[in-house]
Design a binder for this molecule. Structure first.
Ligand code: FAD
Ligand code: NAP
Length: 308
């Protein structure tokens, strides 16, 4: 039986493994279906991870994390976890049909920004097309950018970008917004934000250096918007499927968006089950925050295992 099973090997899962093993837990396994590192490995420029003073790619940032985090005995198994169940202990059902028992579990499976589906979206992702204003907004300081979406995230991030960029074009497929009315009003009042409504992004184009612009279809009228940055905020998928039970209920409490509800110690409402990083409620969706959550969750797991 494992003392601790960690599901997900991004910044939260890796850091949880480091703290758990360095803090004395034995038999700690991190299940990561791909290579450890998480979604930040898709980023071409990271400049807001403290202590890393150069601008690095996500791959470079993650280069030595696995080695450091496994130095104290954390084991990595490159396996997908299908489901986490609770009987007397936790049972992890793995993709290959195996089951594993654990006294405690940290779920750190992250989140995935939804794709809008226009031509060039994947090609320019990380090279002009971004899903994170906090991460990439600064690269467009005093430049014009576009935002796609009409929800709270798109409108709030437009306000954030308007503080940095010279102009923000807000492209939305309707003329009504899902975002809170107060937020819509704040956006309307901001002279740096211009609406392009009833409009779809047809295509992102550019060259080897990155994005040069987007072609927009506004009710049959084609607009060629020359911007080096397009921020796509068309919703997020929280990777919470491992918590789904046979009857489609969740093992622990989640909010209306499927984010796992935790307290400040990353404890869910199920004793011994913790969540860390982008998957948890109110996550700031930053590497530094995910890592901090992982550390907190591991310290809580150590206390749980010692006391149980
Ligand atoms: P993730 O990094 O999403 O890691 C979760 C891991 O769990 C993944 O490796 C996944 O393969 C694994 N997993 C999922 N389900 C399973 C399963 N069932 N079984 C096994 N493994 C599973 N943040 C910054 O601070 N600065 C930036 O500049 C920045 N830029 C970004 C640029 C891009 C393009 C993107 C997409 C994100 C960026 N972020 C940035 C956000 C940052 O990457 C995330 O906040 C952070 O990675 C979240 O860490 P996490 O460990 O919670 O989840
Ligand atoms: P969201 O509410 O689902 O909004 C997604 C937006 O993207 C919608 O306007 C949608 O258009 C548009 N869209 C979806 N698919 C698209 C596509 N393929 N092409 C173009 N546009 C597309 O997502 P979100 O803004 O990320 O918010 C998620 C949840 O978190 C929401 O419930 C939100 O209220 C909440 N949230 C709350 C706060 C806050 O309270 N401060 C902040 C952020 C998020 P349509 O409107 O036409 O469907």
């Amino acid at each position: 039986m494992l003392d601790l099973a960690i599901v997900g090997g991004g910044p939260a899962g890796l850091t949880a493994g480091l703290y758990a093993t360095r803090g004395g837990l034995k038999n700690v396994v991190m299940y990561e279906k791909g290579m450890p590192g998480g979604q930040i490995t898709q980023s071409s420029e990271v400049e807001n991870y403290p202590g890393v003073c150069k601008v690095v790619t996500g791959m470079e940032l993650m280069e030595c994390w696995p080695e450091q985090c496994m130095r104290f005995g954390l084991k990595h198994e490159m396996k997908e976890v299908k489901r986490v169940k609770k009987e007397k202990n936790f049972i992890l059902e793995l993709g290959n049909g195996e089951t594993v028992k654990a006294k405690s579990v940290i779920v750190a499976t992250g989140s995935t920004p939804k794709r809008a589906g226009f031509e060039g979206e994947d090609e320019f992702l990380g090279r002009g097309v971004s899903t994170c204003a906090t991460c990439d907004g600064f690269f467009y300081k005093d430049k014009e950018v576009a935002v796609l979406g009409g929800g709270d995230t798109a409108l709030e991030e437009s306000l954030y970008l308007a503080n940095i960029c010279s102009k923000v074009y807000l492209i939305h497929r309707r003329d009504q917004f899902r975002a809170a009315p107060a937020t819509v009003q704040r956006v309307k009042n901001n002279p740096k934000i211009e609406f392009i409504l009833n409009a779809k992004v047809k295509k992102a184009y550019g060259n080897n250096m990155g994005l040069e612009g987007v072609i927009i279809d506004q009710q049959g009228k084609e607009i060629d918007l020359k911007v080096p940055g397009l921020f796509v905020f068309v919703g997020m998928n929280v990777n919470n499927s491992v918590l789904k039970q046979e009857d489609s209920s969740f093992l622990c409490e989640v909010n209306e968006w499927g984010e796992v509800i935790v307290d400040l110690k990353m404890r869910t409402n199920i004793p011994g089950l913790f969540a860390a990083g982008d998957i948890r409620v109110d996550a700031s969706k930053q590497v530094v925050c995910a890592a901090a959550d992982g550390a907190t969750a591991a310290l809580s797991a150590i206390s749980f295992v010692r006391e149980s």
